[in-house]
Design a protein around this ligand. Structure first.
Ligand code: CU1
Length: 148
């Protein structure tokens, strides 16, 4: 009986720990910078990411989003595809691109924010960037996922 109780308690706490979500806040500004270039989460962890545009310029002139890509995706190649996807707010919707996207926020203007939730993928380094035309070269970073 004591053993069973111990097993149940252990299972409960392990679940509590792994269920703990990562909360990430990243800001983007009119100066075309993210305040965070790198963040770390754990494999399988629930990630709540908030992107806040702390600028004043409207979305049509200085929109920002945050797109997290599969490991090894060639950023310049992917960004070029984004440039052609104006009708879908610079996030390409073709099957190949969708496979390369882990998660992405909406495109937001000054004063706006967006919150997304996703599950951290397998351990590794995943590039993230802003897909608004011309922004990727300065607005990019890395999501590090550590093994459980
Ligand atoms: Cu941007």
């Amino acid at each position: 009986m004591k053993q069973l109780l111990l097993t149940l308690l252990t299972a409960f706490f392990v679940q509590q720990i792994s269920a703990q979500e990562a909360k990430i806040l990243i800001t983007a500004s009119d100066q075309m910078v993210y305040d965070t270039k790198e963040f770390e989460v754990t494999e399988g962890q629930k990630v709540i990411l908030v992107l806040k545009n702390i600028g004043k310029i409207p979305v049509s002139a200085m929109g920002h989003n945050l797109v997290i890509l599969e490991q090894g995706t060639m950023l310049p190649v992917f960004a070029a595809k984004c440039g052609e996807a104006k009708s879908t707010n610079y996030v390409p919707q073709d099957a190949e691109s969708k496979k390369q996207i882990i998660a992405h926020t909406k495109l937001i203007g000054g004063g706006q924010f967006d919150k997304i939730t996703f599950t951290a993928p397998a351990a590794g380094s995943y590039p993230f960037f802003c897909s608004y035309p011309g922004h990727f070269s300065v607005m990019q970073g890395v999501m590090k996922v550590k093994a459980k």
